[in-house]
Write a protein that binds this ligand. Structure first.
Ligand code: FAD
Length: 596
């Protein structure tokens, strides 16, 4: 039985080989993190022979959303930069066994741990305004008591009562105009019309990070872009174990036999090079399907061309195949809930390659750091809060690519509002070329206007990337809109990735995809080991006290505005806890003053 656990006991014991595993085969749709994790669990934990495992990927290369490429004639592209943390429990469980791409004597986890230990991440300037001036949010959340009450209410409201609700249904201007919301929405790409249910999950999931949110000391990053630091080592591990990768191969459809208490995938249809193949399946054939997709239909522009916003999902693969599957049972989810309103789910990023050091002084004036030291630069995103596109940008440790030319830096820029006219470039972001997006960024980092055009045109190469469905999973939803990882009655198949439902964890994270991959394998093959549970800080009173005090910008709870009855009640509670461990704990975490 699939179960969750924490602690060393189950983490360190090795599962025994499931009976008959040699006769089983696995077919995996998608080579993103979810598919690769499923394959690694099949090899490492289920001990399935690698040759029995087939990964079908419609693209010519693996990795899905986890990209980082240099395209000839175009330049370097990174659709995203991944903020990660130390409590991605499944991720580190897997990556401790995957050798680093640079040196097989240590693991991807070791590489990440040493890097972030030696050079901890934190930002010296989180928010700017007025063309590159520090906005001095100074790590403050700036949430008044009414806003605190709304946040607490959301935190404590059961998921079933939040179905279909948006942020605007649960927060008013007190939250939406606070620094808290500015930090949050730009860090996680939440929009005001997105799901309150997911916001609640996020607050619970990352409660231990509230204090590290304003300066990103909570975050950690990989050495290079995530394609090189994570995807390549995972793919190499799998290839070394004989796993079969089939690129340029699309899974077009799956046929299921659905009986009252039983569901069996009985065939799958593949297309490759214009040819179609139907593969029959039995109970011994396991099927793992990455449904939906946050980068489906994403498109690159160039220095001189805008990225096209393509919303046609008739044949993309992630959504079109899920739609066909979903028609066969109500237990297979409702893709339309997520992919029908691209105006609510798109944003655009751009990768700026600086071709020399001309822009660096402006960057240093904001970040307080030199760009090419190999150490932390921005330490997470910097948000230009008065930008009409709501632009944020980041420079991770350089180089971001192993073959990056000396003296060049790669900057990642993104805007949440692609339909609004820029402040310098009088066009919506989505209509802008790379050069124009770069100009808008340069304007917001304080480059004098007479220098902007020359720097964007001659000293940088900028590649825009439009992603119409990048926040599809944040659309307001109901419980059954995403199918369970293993739907009721499933004999031989599971859904994986961002659009499969697993409890407590939060979407738009690398961890979520990896978790679904592991859960799917453990459940279908009854692996005798616990899946590491979602980090339990939501149940840890220390983390909750810390978060409550941080959210109040350090003020103890006893300083809340209270009416006389509430004051009396608090007085009585404090009397009761006097000289107990509870009082000590409250003092240690600043919830009540030391000298009380
Ligand atoms: C811009 C951006 C920023 C991000 N920032 C962060 C962050 O800060 N922190 C964090 O933790 N995470 C972040 N993420 C999220 C993280 O990268 C993703 O959640 C994760 O990589 C998704 O993995 P997946 O395997 O679920 O799906 P995908 O990566 O989408 O993989 C699915 C794969 O399946 C293939 N496929 C789909 N349909 C078919 C078909 N019919 N046949 C064959 N193949 C098919 C696709 O081509 C794709 O390769 C970010 C993602 C993006 C795009």
């Amino acid at each position: 039985m699939l179960h969750y656990g924490s602690g060393n006991y189950e983490a360190f014991a090795h599962p025994r080989k499931p009976e008959g595993i040699e006769e089983k085969h696995a077919y995996i749709m998608g080579s993103g993190l979810a598919g690769l994790t499923a394959a690694i669990c099949l090899v490492r934990d289920a001990q399935m022979p690698g040759e029995n495992i087939h990964i079908y990927e419609k693209d010519p290369i693996p990795g899905g959303a986890m990209d980082g490429y240099q395209y000839p004639l175009l330049g370097y592209t990174m659709r995203g930069g991944r903020e990660m943390d130390n409590h991605f429990e499944v991720m580190w469980d897997i990556l401790r066994d995957i050798p680093s791409i640079e040196n097989a004597d240590y693991s991807v986890l070791d590489e990440y741990y040493w890097l972030n230990k030696d050079d901890p991440n934190y930002s010296l300037c989180r928010v700017t305004e007025k063309q590159g001036q520090n906005a001095h949010t100074d790590k403050k959340f700036n949430v008044n008591q009414k806003a605190q009450e709304q946040l607490l209410k959301l935190y404590l409201t059961p998921e079933k009562d939040l179905e279909d609700l948006t942020m605007m249904d649960v927060f008013d201007e007190d939250v939406l105009n606070s620094n808290f919301w500015l930090y949050w929405r730009t860090m996680f790409a939440f929009e005001n019309w997105h799901s309150a249910l997911e916001m609640k999950r996020y607050m619970q999931r990352f409660i231990h990070h509230i204090g590290g949110l304003p300066d990103f000391s909570a975050l950690r990053f990989t050495k290079y872009n995530q394609y090189e630091s994570m995807i390549l080592p995972m793919v190499k591990y799998l290839e070394d174990h004989g796993v079969q990768f089939h690129y340029g191969t699309k899974m077009d459809d799956v046929q299921f036999v659905i009986r009252e208490n039983e569901k069996l995938a009985e065939s799958l249809t593949l297309s490759h090079d214009g040819k179609t193949e139907v593969v029959p399946l039995t109970e011994k054939d396991l099927l793992f399907l990455t449904i939906g997709g946050l980068v489906e239909n994403s498109s690159f522009g160039s220095q001189n061309e805008p990225a096209v916003m393509n919303t046609d999902l008739s044949d993309d693969g992630g959504w079109s195949t899920w739609k066909k599957i979903a028609k066969q049972s109500d237990d297979f989810g409702h893709p339309e809930v997520f992919c029908s309103e691209p105006e609510k789910t798109n944003w655009e990023s751009a990768t700026v390659e600086t071709l020399d050091e001309e822009v660096f002084p402006y960057i240093k004036a904001i970040t307080g750091r030199d760009v090419l030291t190999g150490h932390v630069v921005t330490g997470g995103i910097v948000t230009a809060k008065d930008s009409s596109w709501l632009l944020s940008w980041t420079i991770n440790r350089q180089p971001q690519f192993r073959n990056q030319p000396d003296g060049h830096a790669l900057v990642w820029v993104y805007g949440l509002f692609t339909d609004r006219e820029g402040d310098y470039v009088k066009k919506p972001m989505r209509d802008c070329t790379g050069e124009e997006i770069c100009e808008e960024w340069l304007y917001h980092i304080g480059v004098p206007e007479d220098k902007i055009h020359d720097l964007a045109a001659n000293h940088c190469n900028t590649i825009p990337c439009m992603m119409p469905f990048v926040t599809a999973f944040f659309m307001p939803r109901q419980k059954d809109d995403r199918p369970l990882v293993r739907p009721k009655g499933s004999k031989n198949f599971a859904f994986i990735g961002q659009f499969a439902e697993t409890p407590r964890d939060t979407i738009f994270t690398t961890e979520y995809s990896m978790r679904t991959g592991m859960e799917a394998v453990y459940d279908l093959l009854d692996i005798e080991r616990a899946v590491p549970e979602v980090w339990g800080s939501v149940y840890d009173v220390r983390d909750m006290l810390k978060a409550a005090v941080h959210l109040r910008d350090g003020k103890p709870l006893t300083e809340m505005e209270m009416n006389p009855v509430e004051k009396l009640a608090i007085h009585e509670v404090l009397k009761k806890i006097k000289d107990t461990d509870i009082e000590l704990l409250m003092k240690e975490y600043g919830a009540i003053p030391e000298d009380l």
